[in-house]
Design a binder for this molecule. Structure first.
Ligand SMILES: *[C@@H]1O[C@H](CO)[C@@H](O)[C@H](O)[C@H]1NC(C)=O
Length: 512
């Protein structure tokens, strides 16, 4: 669930990684593209941009085309979901209304709202005021919560986008664009199946350049399914083949991949630095989810996930000496640090989902690991005395789980409530609702401002306006609020996990 940190250094690091990763997949896939012209490519940013535009145009065209109204599934209409009327779901709805209303008032059409200065803002990887991340990221949340009026506002906006919207001269961050924009559009297609987008689109003979999609397997496999065009899914399989058979061949630890690739020789770095945080997280998450999306038929990701799961438990998981809390640090296996990243908190949910879905080979152990990691992530909030909001990196050997290496920012991230959601689904133990409610209340109390919700630069400093990061990220609406709502939702018909799998931006895709 790699998200951009507002801190520049982090952005550059991630940018660098995404660039290296994508470039590598270009090169790797060229080995496998053979004589298939559709898959031929060369490494250039121009191609990347084109591929991205085509993919967005493609999905919009497919959404526009109401070929298959049967995608309208899960539950029949918006009213169904407003039946869930507990005090908690109503509160989360109110939070979402507050965030949305302020975005609409002050930042409509921008990537995000800057809630302190009441202006629109651009995300570093955004498309400067052209494709509004917040609207596309939030629309399925509005739909799922039954916020009819707000949903229609989003839908009307999106229905005015057309090919020219995406035909802009920009460079894009492929990863973030795919999980947020493509993921958001696919999920609303899956939920509703019938967004009537403006017609009259056609595009001029670009051949989609598919090599870079290896790390976006759910989105592109789903795209193949709903568009009846197998080429996206084929490219994904090729990427997984490369990853497993070429790159995975000489790994010192089965199933674990170091976080950086070497573009020169299409190999992983010599430094075997592992992580389930910023640069690697959704790779492992997608092995499991890809298998689930395939209706448990894809044996390749099944195997890769089993290996990864075993090795994570055997080589990476540590227990804090000072606090007795289980966590997953980063580093070489014989030289792991003592840091838990907030991003890594998705792992509790991943292990819980592996048990919940029947995938786990060792359900008892995996349930324990899922529960322990989730508890650690809850404590990352609970032990912060002032605001009970988690910093982005935590030093697990410090007395009170202090922010590590200046990473004291609260970034509105979803991974802890995500894991609480899966643990609640797995166990129906009320403690998970209570913990989620505590986090929701901390958000309400400390990150809410008059017009929206803001991140906090340093959770150990007073909440003055200079200490707000002035950013209401689109994933706050797409993920954090949606997971919170789903934790308190009692209606089985809404996004039942037997029928739906969430991409790494919490956009639900239909399993079929
Ligand atoms: C939600 O907001 C409405 C309108 O402001 C208010 O009347 C209601 O009490 C709120 N509900 C909860 C549970 O906060």
């Amino acid at each position: 669930m790699s998200k951009f940190n507002t801190k520049k250094t982090c952005q550059y690091l991630l940018c660098f990684f995404v660039f290296v990763y994508i470039s590598s997949l270009f090169i790797l896939n060229s080995y496998f593209s053979g004589s298939n012209n559709d898959l031929e490519f060369s490494v250039s940013s121009q191609n990347l941009k084109k591929a991205h535009q085509i993919n967005l145009i493609f999905i919009v065209q497919n959404i526009k085309n109401p070929l298959n109204n049967n995608f309208f599934s899960g539950y029949k209409n918006l009213k169904d979901s407003s039946k869930t009327q507990s005090y908690e779901t109503e509160s989360i709805r109110n939070m979402t209304r507050h965030a949305w209303k302020s975005y609409r008032k002050f930042a409509w059409g921008s990537d995000i709202l800057r809630p302190v200065t009441k202006t629109g803002g651009s995300l570093a990887f955004g498309i400067q005021g052209i494709i509004p991340f917040t609207i596309i990221d939030a629309i399925d949340t509005l739909y799922v919560m039954g916020l009819n009026e707000e949903y229609l506002q989003a839908k009307n906006y999106i229905s005015k986008l057309d090919e020219s919207t995406f035909d802009v001269d920009i460079s894009v961050n492929f990863f973030e664009n795919v999980i947020r924009l493509l993921g958001g559009l696919i999920s609303i297609y899956d939920l509703y199946g019938n967004i009537n987008l403006k017609s009259g689109m056609h595009h001029s003979g670009w051949k989609p350049n598919l090599a870079e999609i290896g790390s976006n397997s759910l989105e592109f496999t789903r795209l193949s399914k709903i568009s009846n065009d197998p080429k996206y899914a084929i490219a994904i399989k090729k990427s997984y083949n490369t990853i497993q058979n070429v790159l995975g061949k000489d790994l010192p630890i089965p199933g674990l991949f170091p976080q950086f690739l070497n573009v020169e020789n299409a190999k992983f770095d010599r430094d075997m630095v592992y992580s389930l945080g910023a640069n690697a997280d959704s790779f492992y998450e997608y092995l499991l989810k890809f298998y689930l999306l395939s209706k448990k038929t894809d044996m390749q990701t099944s195997e890769m996930f089993d290996e990864a799961s075993k090795s994570i438990k055997k080589f990476l998981i540590k227990t804090s000496k000072k606090n007795g809390l289980m966590y997953i640090p980063d580093g070489e296996v014989d030289n792991l640090n003592t840091v838990m990243q907030h991003l890594t908190c998705f792992a509790g949910g991943m292990f819980a989902l592996s048990v919940l879905s029947g995938k786990s080979e060792n359900p008892k152990e995996d349930t324990e690991v899922a529960a322990a990691i989730t508890e650690t992530c809850f404590q990352m909030y609970e032990r912060q005395e002032a605001y009970k909001l988690s910093p982005d990196f935590v030093d697990m050997e410090s007395e009170k789980l202090r922010g590590n290496r200046e990473h004291n920012a609260y970034e509105q991230r979803p991974e802890t409530v995500e894991s609480l959601f899966y643990m609640w689904k797995l166990t129906a133990d009320k403690q998970y609702r209570e913990k989620a409610w505590k986090i929701a209340q901390s958000i309400e109390k400390y990150s809410k401002v008059k017009f929206g919700y803001t991140g906090i630069k340093d959770i150990y400093l007073p909440l003055e306006s200079g200490n707000f990061n002035n950013q209401q990220d689109s994933y706050f609406l797409a993920e954090t609020l949606k997971y919170l709502f789903l934790i308190f939702n009692d209606d089985d018909k809404i996004l039942n996990l037997n029928e739906w799998v969430f991409n790494t931006e919490c956009h639900p895709f239909k399993i079929e």
